[in-house]
Design a binder for this molecule. Structure first.
Ligand code: ADP
Ligand code: GLC
Length: 498
């Protein structure tokens, strides 16, 4: 921290290592630290989920805050030296497990209430009304769960005495929008003046993510290519018109990764640590993986790793179709996944029929994820869309060559051997299609026999700098532009539908 530091309130709904459903948690767990390292004064604000209590058994009480939706208790914890403000309310503290879903994989019925309440709490902290003597210059919000924050703040007057901070909204995944029926919105008693066409209204619903897109001073997403893609009909999930309209505020900043957690040289989860210089030792991890997953022990079999949410986005159905056509090849699949029960069943059926070559672990397993990254030869990610994607970058670090589709952050990080043989670090197919994937895997099987070329690709992959420094610098610049451009008056809304 120094005189030029900006105060940044980082509002998110997941945080590695405490609560994670996907890459959002990894980003929120490592970007604040990187921002602090480049001099910013950062505090994180997170819902006080029940599962957090095992990590912070006795959070420090700050105050009780009366919000339009109810009273919350604000507490303080600490993650590697960064203050984490916890919004405690029974709708968070009394729910076990996943932050958004019940054990039967249904979204909690009151999610709109929970994240509206959380957003109101963030709004109060942002305006220095929570007994902390700390007012952020920037509130940096992430995904639909915090989309209401810029909307709510846009309605507060910005005068020298009651200034609102500038807002940055980062889209990690535009397909998850937090849309609710207008009736439900009205029942919550949320501000009716926000429910207009140039506000939260979205096809006769109220959209939380639209709050971030329509009202934030700056919008970012997690890769330059996804920033372009979401202004098109194909990837815009209905928000493309608004994103085109706000194009001058939208930019893409590629995620970094936590290079301490994902480091084959020091990773405590894997059988044998290695660097590119000792890459010959990677084979021990392959052997270990094959043994553990009860796959046939065969150094020559091409092991394809998958670690994924089972969702349409990830093209798992495309992998399943390709697998069915690949039965005769000397390849193996090491898969770790959770989500859609139909896809889960199809994968388990394939594993049962081919126990020596297909292993499917259903569930969430951080340690196995590391062992797959280290033990596989190739990592499969044939996503239909991918805002950034972290696993292809983890794979690069581990010398495990990613096979991906040319979308979003995958297009920004993976270079196909056909495109640039000197810089190649993986394999790219144009789109999520099982024939394309099958044909590419056949090519990769051949290339795997050419050890010199394979090593060259591994070398290219392993020497990429994925640390957060470059991205944190870009956010730092963006924060300064945002603060300078902050309008002094509240945003005037028109076209009220009420
Ligand atoms: P997304 O956020 O869309 O799921 P990302 O590639 O950005 O995709 O991040 C996914 C993160 O979640 C990675 O850290 C990945 O290792 C992890 N992950 C996904 N599924 C599992 C699982 N079943 N077990 C352990 N980790 C998982
Ligand atoms: C989302 C996206 C993923 C991205 C992650 C972190 O979950 O699906 O592509 O890597 O957020 O930004």
């Amino acid at each position: 921290m120094n005189d030029n530091s900006l105060k940044v309130l980082f509002a998110c709904s997941e945080l590695t290592p405490w609560v994670k459903t996907g890459g959002l948690a990894d980003v929120c767990g490592s970007l604040p630290q990187a921002l602090a390292d480049v001099g910013e004064d950062v505090r994180i604000v997170l819902p006080g989920y029940q599962s957090l209590l095992q990590h912070i058994p006795a959070p420090t009480f700050i105050c009780i805050v009366a919000l339009p939706l109810g009273n919350i208790t604000l507490c303080r914890g600490n993650l590697n030296g960064i203050q984490v403000l916890l919004v405690m309310h029974e709708s968070f503290t009394n729910r076990p497990g996943n932050p958004y879903m019940s054990d039967s994989d249904r979204p909690w019925a009151d999610n709109a209430f929970r994240f509206a309440l959380f957003s109101q709490a963030v709004g109060e902290i942002a305006q220095n009304r929570t007994n902390q003597d700390w007012q952020p210059d920037i509130v940096h919000c992430h995904d639909w769960q915090t989309g209401l924050v810029p909307a709510l703040l846009s309605q507060s007057d910005s005068t020298p005495n009651t200034s609102r901070p500038a807002t940055v909204f980062t889209i990690h995944n535009l397909a998850y929008q937090g849309n609710i029926m207008i009736d439900a919105y009205n029942k919550l008693g949320l501000p009716s003046e926000l429910l207009v066409q140039d506000g939260l209204e979205f096809w006769n619903q109220a959209s939380f993510i639209k709050g971030g897109i329509a009202f934030a001073d700056k919008i970012t997403t997690v890769s330059p290519t996804y920033a372009d893609e979401i202004t098109s009909k194909e990837f815009g999930c209905g928000m493309e018109g608004l994103l085109q309209h706000r194009r001058d505020r939208l930019s893409g900043i590629l995620n970094g990764i936590d290079t301490n957690i994902w480091d084959p040289e020091t990773d405590p989860h894997i059988n044998t640590n290695y660097t590119f210089e000792s890459i010959d030792n990677k084979i021990n991890n392959k052997k270990d993986l094959q043994t553990q997953l009860k796959l046939r022990e065969d150094p020559d079999a091409l092991v394809l790793g998958v670690i994924s949410r089972l969702a349409v986005q990830k093209g798992i159905d495309v992998i399943i179709d390709a697998m069915k056509q690949l039965k005769k090849e000397n390849i193996q699949f090491a898969m770790l996944a959770a989500g859609d029960s139909e896809l889960q069943q199809q994968l388990q059926t394939l594993a049962k029929a081919n126990p020596e070559n297909v292993s499917v672990a259903i569930g969430y397993d951080e340690s196995l994820a590391h062992r797959i990254e280290a033990g596989a030869d190739v990592f499969l990610m044939p996503s239909r869309y991918e805002p950034c994607g972290l696993n292809q970058m983890y794979s690069h670090r581990y010398g495990t060559l990613p096979l991906v589709t040319s979308v979003g952050g995958l297009a920004d990080t993976v270079i196909d051997i056909g495109d640039d043989p000197a810089k190649a670090n993986g394999f790219v197919i144009p789109s999520a299609n099982s024939t394309l994937l099958h044909d590419e895997i056949m090519k990769v099987i051949e290339l795997f026999k050419d050890k010199t070329t394979w090593r060259r690709l591994q070398h290219n992959a392993m020497q990429i700098d994925y640390s957060w420094t470059a991205s944190a610098d870009q956010y730092k610049k963006l924060y300064r532009q945002t603060v300078q451009g902050l309008p002094k008056q509240k945003i005037q809304l028109q076209k009220n539908l009420q």
